[in-house]
Design a protein. Structure first.
Length: 142
């Protein structure tokens, strides 16, 4: 009898997780607890007012406007983990650091690599935990 796993991630992450689990022999039940939709973040921020970008979700990059990504592409990016770092590279960012952990690890990476009073733009969704709030000059919802 196969072991059953409940997958609660929203798409497209749910399908990616299901494929990996089924390849390992698990039976999956998909029941997303959230639904991710893009929001209008307004105009792209002035890249001269931003020292770096923080990203806590692949979805923030997936749903950011091409104009915003292009305007910020020369800035260093601090990503919460390896998958988000790879998504940042695929979005056109050349200088990407992966915290390889949690939002707290990301905050520590920013604090150790950026000067005090740096302006960090946190690309994020409307609903978030707030761990990075003290590091952000401004935020853009994607």
């Amino acid at each position: 009898m196969k072991r059953r796993v409940l997958v609660t991630r929203p798409e497209p992450g749910a399908s990616e997780t299901v494929a990996r689990l089924e390849a390992l022999g698990f039976e999956t039940v998909v029941l997303p607890l959230t639904h991710i939709v893009p929001l209008d973040a307004g105009p792209a921020p002035d890249p001269h007012a931003v020292d770096a970008v923080a990203v806590t979700s692949v979805n923030a990059l997936r749903h950011a406007s091409p104009a915003m990504l292009a305007a910020l592409s020369a800035k260093p990016v601090f990503a919460v983990g390896d998958a988000t770092a790879e998504a940042a590279r695929q979005s056109g960012f050349a200088f990407v650091t992966s915290a390889a952990g949690t939002a707290i690890d990301l905050a520590a990476a920013i604090e150790t690599r950026m000067p005090i009073r740096s302006h960090i733009l946190h690309l994020a969704g409307r609903e978030r935990t707030g761990v990075l709030q003290k590091h952000c000059m401004t935020e853009a919802s994607a």
